[in-house]
Design a protein around this ligand. Structure first.
Ligand SMILES: C[S@@+](CC[C@H](N)C(=O)[O-])C[C@H]1O[C@@H](n2cnc3c(N)ncnc32)[C@H](O)[C@@H]1O
Length: 484
């Protein structure tokens, strides 16, 4: 009768046993929820066996919770989940993580926190208590809160004094994770509340139009999200968006961009054009790992200015040597760098609906040189390759898309054991909400492999290989395409 529950419990038991024995082997204990993260901590979670079993454990536990919770409670909890991002926003933007950073496991009384950030103590304690229920912060004693492992990722590492002195620079030179969280819980959430109005408004004629989106509806803006970010009153959000993109990179494994395409196969002085490269998060990582590559980071003028200034402050030698160049360029116009070795397109096509994404891809195709493959080893000798990095959305059911795409090297079928959702879809639903976020902010979308294939083909590219992601978004899948 409870076969499904038993199957899920068995998967959980096995996964816990596997994680435990692997951690013993590695002499690296699985980190406690109570301990803030530390860069020196042994990386048990980074181990492949641990990480595979964590995927099974999370997927089984998520389904087990959905199975055993009363459906009324489950749906009511889900419907009221907006209090979670709202509360995270209060805590993050009133700098609670930085205030608690030095309080240690004993924590700090809410009155003391309030004296530092000016948020009413009786309201702040309720917000922090609600977060503690979700294992974000810990209520150590009544009204005394401590930074736990999950809350500690919101800490920018700056002192409260430093932040209050330069509030606009709160996220500069940080991991960007707090910036990403602040971006999601502010403009993205506000836009998301208008999804239904946007979809049912009879005056919206073109649901692909990037200038008429749920985000602009929420803020009464006429124009696309990029022009909204560049309004003078959005200076803080503009800077934070750039840092948030870095946050996506730093939430992944440090070598995420290196996970997949073999950058070592490129000859010295190969030119990599990071199209819509933002403040250069990926290019800087590549420049660090491969001193012989030349990186051109292209973006809109204000972003290029911001990126250049940040690099000038942190690693000026990269600019002075010409190894990293920031270049203003609108990717809907003719590409100024002709025949580079690589066009890197990370988290760009997902910002645009098909009709716009095809235009960007076509401009790149027009500037690409056909690929020449060595007959002896099958390696690319010359030509332009396109490396597109975006989530690949799986169907949450069995689908023949992966079978029919079997001619694409590297594309792997789901390994999730029954009764788990295919591709461990509930282990980390971030690709699915990133997809909705793209709709809310840009009328863009994440795509299935079939949709990506169709899009690329339309623009004159064919998929040569896929480098898949892991189940926990610790790096993105990469789609390598060659000119047709
Ligand atoms: C989601 S961000 C991705 C940034 C970067 N590729 C990364 O992964 O960190 C999208 C970028 O596209 C840039 N962008 C938007 N419209 C553009 C255009 N017409 N031409 C060039 N860049 C543009 C934005 O300024 C932003 O930096």
């Amino acid at each position: 009768m409870a076969e499904n529950l038993k199957a899920l419990a068995a998967l959980i038991n096995d996964a816990v046993a596997n994680i435990d024995s692997r951690c013993v082997e590695l002499e690296s204990p699985f980190p406690s929820l109570h301990t803030p993260i530390s860069p020196d901590a042994p990386p048990a979670r980074a181990d492949q066996v641990v990480s595979d079993n964590v995927s099974i454990l999370l997927s089984a536990a998520t389904q087990l919770i959905a199975s055993v919770k009363s459906p009324h409670t489950y749906i009511f909890n889900a419907a009221c989940a907006y209090y979670l991002p709202s509360s995270i926003r209060v805590a993050t933007d009133s700098h609670v993580p930085e205030i608690l950073a030095n309080a240690g496991p004993e924590g700090m009384h809410v009155n003391e926190i309030s004296a530092k950030n000016g948020i009413q103590p009786s309201k702040l304690s309720r917000i922090l208590r609600y977060l503690s229920v979700h294992h974000i912060f810990r209520e150590v004693r009544p009204d005394v809160f401590a930074l736990n492992r999950t809350a500690s990722v919101l800490n920018t590492g700056k002192s409260l004094e430093e932040i209050l002195e330069n509030p606009l620079e709160k996220h500069d030179n940080t991991s960007g994770v707090a910036a990403l969280v602040a971006h999601c819980t502010d403009e993205d959430m506000k836009g998301a509340t208008y999804m239904l109005e946007q979809l049912t408004d009879p005056n919206v004629e073109d649901h692909d139009d990037p200038t008429n989106v749920a985000l602009s509806r929420a803020f009464g803006h006429k124009g696309d999200a990029w022009s909204w970010y560049e309004l003078p009153e959005n200076e803080m959000r503009f800077k934070r968006f750039g840092a948030a993109m870095k946050g996506i990179t730093s939430m992944q494994k440090p070598e995420a961009i290196l996970h997949g395409y073999d950058w070592t196969s490129l000859p010295p002085n190969s030119v990599v054009v990071d199209v819509g490269g933002g403040i250069g998060a990926s290019s800087l990582q590549l420049a660090k790992s491969f001193p012989e590559l030349k990186l051109v980071v292209q973006d809109r003028p204000p972003v290029v200015k911001e990126g250049r200034e940040l690099v000038r402050a942190s690693t000026p030698q990269l600019l002075e040597s010409g190894r990293v160049v920031f270049q203003e360029h609108d990717f809907f116009k003719t590409q100024p760098v002709q025949h580079p070795r690589i066009f890197l397109l990370k988290q760009i096509s997902h910002d645009w609906s098909d009709s716009y994404a095809v235009r960007i891809l076509r401009e790149l195709r027009n500037a690409a040189e056909p690929v020449v493959v060595s007959p002896s080893n099958g390696l690319v000798k010359s030509g332009t390759e396109l490396l597109l990095i975006d989530c690949i959305i799986p169907y949450v059911c069995d689908s023949d898309e992966y079978e029919s795409s079997a001619n694409i090297p590297g594309l792997t079928k789901s390994t999730a054991p029954a009764p788990l959702l295919p591709h461990f879809a509930d282990t980390d639903p971030s690709p699915f909400y990133t997809d909705l976020s793209m709709f809310v902010e840009f009328n863009g979308q994440e795509r299935t492999i079939g949709q990506l294939q169709a899009l690329l083909n339309q623009a004159g590219w064919r998929i040569a290989r896929v480098y898949p992601a892991d189940g926990q978004s610790s790096y993105y899948p990469q789609v390598l395409a060659h000119p047709i």
